[in-house]
Design a protein around this ligand. Structure first.
Ligand code: FES
Length: 106
């Protein structure tokens, strides 16, 4: 996707090799996570992006955009898979992790 299409604090749902991915910008950096909350499968691309964190739109679980770790420790959720991003020549590219999608717990 074009870098100019992704404003600060924005999230974009896309697919890479058929895998749903959310690409988001926070603090000027571009991140990519699996677009599937590990609680009950809501799309993180529909949630809020701020301060390096993606918040699930359904029950509010928070995930670190750089690592995918769940920051809502009381919920006891596994993290989502984070993917490498690269910005070059005005384009954002995502390199998929080898890790499989983390299935939602509920
Ligand atoms: S589905 Fe994301 S917190 Fe419940």
């Amino acid at each position: 996707m074009a870098e100019a299409e992704l404003a600060e604090g924005a999230a974009c749902a896309t697919q890479v090799e058929g895998r749903p991915i959310v690409v988001a910008r926070s603090g000027g950096q571009v991140f990519a996570l699996d677009d599937l909350c590990t609680h009950s499968g809501a799309r993180l691309s529909q949630g809020r992006i701020a301060k390096g964190v993606a918040a699930c739109p359904l029950h509010g679980a928070r995930f670190d955009l750089s690592t995918g770790a769940c920051l809502s420790l009381a919920m006891g959720l596994p993290g989502v898979v984070a993917h490498e991003t690269r910005v070059a020549d005005g384009r954002i590219t995502v390199a998929l992790s080898d890790r499989p999608v983390t299935a939602p717990v509920v």
